[in-house]
Design a protein around this ligand. Structure first.
Ligand code: CP
Length: 307
């Protein structure tokens, strides 16, 4: 059981709370694979997706998660909504509350938008990514994928490599992984990873060979061209030559190391094409686990509401 009505951050969640979500997600995964085990336990729950930023994986997996559990799930369609006439987020949320929406799933370019919405509406709010702050459901699916390979997080070395400074995925993973006992290294060019991030309880380096040495998990992150038009490195070729994850770079990692990426991928930039499609890659397992984690959250937050 989670103490709060919302899931807007992994910061502050206890180890037991995270493991409870992951255990529930493992149960849910069986329902994806076995349609006969699905039930309509959320048939009385109405869910709305409010995506102020684009998405393929997160939005579709929430829509699938809701339908697998029998919930009624509606997409606001932000580009055709009254947000385009200037309606404020909080007013949109209050209107959806009145219509009987029980769970609002929001992605927004503004850091803190889900937290603000959660304070103002009766519905449960799930953060599907806010600015450069957090992407808690992505981190949960990453944790689930790592746990399917390794029984215990204690002592695992997880390297997160790439555009750290713009990455809500890196921040949520740092909170989740350190809470579960893993050691986390954030790595990338000096223009994209700040030493200040050590405050999250992680190591920070610009040396990719040192970062990857002995790693159990190597997670690449997308270069977010849409967030910062100023060049953080001279050319894409130079970025991939110096910081791209290749088979050669991975030789320094543990032999069974997992290669992960939240997607979408700039193929051949953050990861070489042979690594993306290679034997260590669990990128599509992450996508499938995304549906399971989101089913688990819809179930957990709904059960709490129905008590
Ligand atoms: N990983 C992730 O958030 O992907 P989308 O932007 O496609 O949802």
């Amino acid at each position: 059981m989670l103490p709060q009505k919302d899931l807007v951050s992994l910061r502050g969640l206890s180890k037991d709370e995270i493991l409870f979500i992951l255990d529930t997600a493992s149960e849910m995964k069986r329902k994806i694979d076995n349609p006969s085990e699905r039930d309509n336990s959320l048939q009385s729950v109405s869910v709305a997706t409010l995506f102020y930023e684009n998405s393929t994986r997160t939005k579709m997996s929430f829509l699938m998660a809701g339908s697998y559990l029998g919930a009624t799930i509606h997409d606001l369609g932000v580009s055709t909504s009254s947000a385009q006439k200037g309606e404020r987020l909080v007013e949109t949320g209050e209107n959806l509350d009145q219509m009987g929406i029980g769970i609002m799933i929001i992605r927004h370019q503004q850091t803190g938008a889900p937290h603000l919405l959660a304070k103002r509406v009766k519905a449960s709010v799930i953060n599907a990514g806010d600015g450069t702050n957090e992407h808690p459901t992505q981190a949960l699916l990453d944790l689930m994928t790592i746990r399917e390979r390794y029984d215990d997080f204690k002592g695992l070395k997880v390297v997160i490599l790439g555009d750290i400074s713009h990455s809500r995925v890196a921040r949520s993973n740092a909170f989740g992984l350190t809470t579960l006992g893993a050691s986390v290294t954030l790595a990338g060019p000096a223009t994209l990873v700040s030493a200040n991030m050590q405050a999250l309880g992680v190591s920070v380096t610009n040396n990719i060979s040192r970062a990857v040495a002995g790693a159990d998990v190597v997670m690449g992150l997308r270069i977010q061209f849409e967030r910062d038009k100023a060049a953080a490195f001279p050319t894409l070729r130079e970025y991939s030559d110096l910081f791209g994850i290749t088979e050669e770079v991975l030789e320094a990692a543990k032999p069974r190391a997992l290669v992960m990426h939240p997607g979408p991928i700039n193929r051949g930039v953050e990861l070489s094409v042979d690594v993306i499609d290679g034997k260590r890659s669990v990128i599509y397992q992450q996508v499938k686990n995304g549906v399971a984690v989101r089913m688990a959250l819809l179930k957990i937050l709904s059960d709490k509401r129905l008590l």
